[in-house]
Design a protein around this ligand. Structure first.
Ligand code: IFM
Length: 472
């Protein structure tokens, strides 16, 4: 259990507990490049990014930040910044090119080299098995709406654990299954770009099942001391007013945004209100006897990716009853309005609201007692550029990170068991449907030359880590 002295005097330094994990996070498709090297086959993102109009500027992850070839330089950057941990993801199509059967040694070798380089630098590797790069062959066979994909994931998890289990102690099965299910299969703004609400609900269940089967496969292959986790982009949903209809709108989004994962994973059940909300779409008969015992395999911590809160209200009169555009919220889309939250915004047009992170951490403190939490992503995109001297000044990002770290500190002081914090992201990278137009890195990447330049925020974060907290 993490604790801090509470409450700190106004203006005092904010010290984090000893052993607090300080890191950065990345994901394979967003940084690695080398998309056709050493046996890697296309993932759904290689396919999707080639469909005209799906990714801004027609960008793809073919080269990305070329981390596959610059891994040693990137680990060197982390070492100089003093990070204790690094969260990366393993590319499924690099390790198991057809999504089934034997592993590709060259793919595993890349991750062995990465992990060894991290360990030599004194950095703890935190490996995520799925950050959205499903092998295209598995999508062709039905993708996440198809139950077999969950079984295939467990097989893949076993391969990676078998290869890296002697040196990686921290594991995450899935990153943000909400995005994989609902952006991928309902709104279609992410790969594979399908707009089938019922299939998206199936996908969500099969992702939960994959998580549980993956936990079992990891536990079978890893030493007992290994930590196994899941990362969610849990939504902080605020009703616009206290009116019952607005509160119900928030409940609907909470059901299909949060409890669709939290309930099966931590309580072995489906949210009854979600089943009601989605009754016109599905009877949930794809959930088989015994599935919810699998999804509820115990885990060691929950990873949370937080960026901003969401404000919702009931869809008013005059709002079309149907869903005008494919919605990522099956069962809620036509009944809920999303409203701009007040306050400053990042380059993603996302509101800056550290209070939302505090709300999330204290909610989970209450709802999941005994489950340690890690902030596995938090950060912001801004319009960074190198000045004539080559420096990248990003005061807004420093303010964003500082505000959110202060919120984490406050949550810890109020009893939330938060064990670590990972900035998204180490490097500027491929921001999915936005291509390279949004820069989240604390290290600037010139994509023409692949030159890395630590931004002011990187130096600031290094000081935070060295100090173990925030200066007054
Ligand atoms: O870049 C993404 C990451 O892949 C998943 N979480 C949110 C980040 C910013 O959009």
């Amino acid at each position: 259990m993490t604790t801090v002295d509470a409450p700190p005097a106004p203006g005092a330094a904010l010290r984090f507990p000893p052993g607090f994990r300080w890191g950065t996070a990345t994901a394979a498709y967003q940084i690695e490049g080398a998309a056709a090297l050493d046996g890697r086959t296309p993932s759904i993102w290689d396919t999707f990014s080639r469909i005209p109009g799906k990714v801004l500027g027609g960008d793809t992850g073919d080269t990305a930040a070329d981390h596959y070839h610059r891994m040693a330089e990137d680990v060197g950057l982390m070492r100089r910044l003093g990070m204790s941990d690094y969260r990366f993801s393993v590319a499924w199509p690099r390790v198991q090119p057809t999504g089934r059967g034997p592993a590709e040694r060259r793919g595993l070798d890349f991750y062995r080299r990465l992990v060894d380089t991290l360990l030599e630098a004194g950095i703890r590797p935190v490996a995520t098995l799925y950050h959205w790069d499903l092998p295209q062959e598995l999508e062709d066979a039905g993708g996440w709406p198809h139950r077999d994909t969950a079984e295939r994931f467990a097989e893949y998890a076993g391969h990676v654990a078998g290869a890296l289990g002697d040196r990686v102690a921290s594991w995450t099965t899935l990153n943000e299954p909400w995005c994989a299910a609902f952006l991928g299969y309902a709104s279609g703004v992410h790969a594979p770009g399908r707009t089938e609400p019922e299939a998206a609900l199936r996908a969500a269940h099969h992702l939960n099942l994959a998580h549980g089967l993956g936990v079992r496969a990891l536990r079978a292959a890893l030493p007992r001391s290994a930590e196994v986790s899941l990362t969610l982009n849990a939504h902080v949903v605020r009703p616009l007013t206290d009116a019952a209809a607005d509160v119900d709108a928030a409940r609907r989004i909470d059901a299909v945004g949060n409890r669709i994962f939290l309930d099966p994973v931590f309580h072995g059940r489906l949210p009854a209100d979600l089943v009601r909300d989605t009754a016109a779409l599905t009877d949930w008969s794809f959930v088989r006897d015994g599935d919810l015992a699998v999804t509820a395999e115990p885990i060691d911590w929950l990873g949370l990716n937080y960026y901003s809160p969401t404000v919702v209200a009931a869809a008013g009169p005059g709002t079309p009853d149907g869903e005008p555009e494919p919605s990522p919220w099956p069962g809620a889309g036509g009944r809920v309005r999303f409203l701009p939250a007040p306050g400053p915004r990042t380059a993603m047009d996302w509101p800056v609201d550290p209070g939302g992170l505090y709300e999330l951490l204290t909610r989970l403190r209450d709802e999941l007692p005994g489950v340690p939490l890690l902030i596995t992503e938090n950060g912001a995109a801004y319009g960074d550029h190198a000045d004539p001297e080559g420096a990248v000044h990003d005061p807004e990002r420093i303010a964003y990170l500082r505000g959110h770290l202060a919120a984490v500190h406050r949550a810890i002081a109020d009893g939330a068991d938060v064990r670590g914090y990972f900035v998204w992201s180490l490097l500027d990278n491929f921001e999915w449907a936005y291509g390279y137009s949004k820069r989240f890195g604390i290290v600037h990447v010139d994509f023409a030359t692949q030159r890395r330049t630590p931004k002011d925020s990187a130096r600031w974060y290094a000081e935070v880590i060295a100090r173990g907290g925030l200066a007054p």
